[in-house]
Design a protein around this ligand. Structure first.
Ligand SMILES: NC(=O)c1ccc[n+]([C@@H]2O[C@H](COP(=O)([O-])OP(=O)(O)OC[C@H]3O[C@@H](n4cnc5c(N)ncnc54)[C@H](O)[C@@H]3O)[C@@H](O)[C@H]2O)c1
Length: 281
């Protein structure tokens, strides 16, 4: 049996994996939705959804590490968090493998990594026939390869500390062909994130690592600035959404806190749509 197999077999037998079942049988929302003492890492935490998650996690008691390729944005968020708890920012492009390993190693060396929110992403919205190979590759590199590198690296640390939670940011466009405007590389990569989430959940469950994804609808951030600036498009989105509004970053942060917290301890491999009913139709 090689080392990886032995670790797997040992973990499968280890009663510690059931440690969560020894929790107080009374569900206490004031305790079980909190992240006190946890170390949470959020990529793309300098803006938009990642910033809202950093704020919510900090208020839930987590030590928050904001990773972003935009150093100024990351530092700004950490400045905002100072009065609510502890936070640090790290300059990181998630497509830079050695840098991902170095940043995660430095964070893990202090108090480990309990939660990774794999949130950084980008879109190049163009008709498929006009999308260059380089543009396709840029989206694949960030949304899929970078997300994988962060998950893999964080999981190596989580395995040594016997568990954790990974939350991947997918999209309703990972579960739908869309239709309002062309966005093929985004839809392809977010679809891949959906199934990567399921496969990693199965592979890492024996190590006590839960892997889930959030599939947001359109969220009010700079990411969709051209859409926010187009009233006709916004009206069409409202028409396609049973709850008749786009999401706010805090709507997504609420889902992330649930998936990070002990409240979701029996949930893994799940894709949580936060979409006002878009996918229910
Ligand atoms: N806003 C939406 O409508 C929406 C809907 C569904 C899913 N999402 C997803 O949510 C995530 C966050 O989106 P947002 O709306 O907050 O976007 P945003 O543009 O407001 O913020 C994204 C952040 O990620 C950072 N980032 C981008 N590439 C990076 C890289 N290679 N390395 C490190 N950091 C990087 C940016 O600097 C920025 O701070 C993305 O994965 C996006 O696909 C967004």
């Amino acid at each position: 049996m090689d080392r990886a197999d032995r670790t797997y077999a040992l973990s499968m037998d280890d009663s510690d994996l059931n440690a969560d079942t020894s929790l107080d049988p009374v569900f206490d929302p004031a305790r079980d939705f909190r992240l006190d003492g946890k170390v949470l890492v959020v990529t793309g935490g300098g803006n938009g959804i990642g910033r809202a998650i950093a704020h919510a996690a900090c208020r839930s008691g987590a030590m928050v590490h904001v990773l972003d390729r935009d150093a100024e944005a990351g530092a700004r968020v950490v400045g905002e968090l100072k009065e609510h708890g502890s936070a640090e920012s790290h300059l990181l492009d998630i497509t830079d493998e050695p840098a991902v390993e170095k940043v995660m190693r430095n964070i893990a060396a202090v108090r480990g990594i309990d939660v990774l929110v794999n949130n950084a992403g980008l879109a190049i919205r163009k008709p498929a026939t006009e999308l260059s190979r380089e543009e396709w590759q840029r989206v694949v590199d960030v949304n899929l390869t970078g997300l994988f590198l962060c998950a893999r690296t964080a999981a190596r640390h989580m395995i040594t500390s016997r568990g954790g939670a990974v939350i991947n940011m997918a999209s309703i466009m990972g579960l739908s062909g869309g239709g309002l405007y062309p966005n093929i590389s985004y839809q392809a990569t977010k679809g891949a994130v959906v199934n990567l989430t399921r496969a990693l959940a199965v592979e890492w469950a024996p190590h006590g690592i839960r892997v889930n994804a959030i599939a947001p609808t359109w969220v009010r951030t700079e990411f969709i600035r051209p859409i926010l600036d187009n009233p006709e498009l916004i009206e069409r989105i409202h028409g396609l959404t049973p709850l008749r509004r786009i999401a706010e970053p805090t709507d997504i942060a609420a889902a992330a806190i649930y998936l990070a917290s002990p409240a979701s301890r029996m949930v893994t491999g799940h894709i949580l749509a936060v979409d006002g009913g878009f996918l229910a139709q």
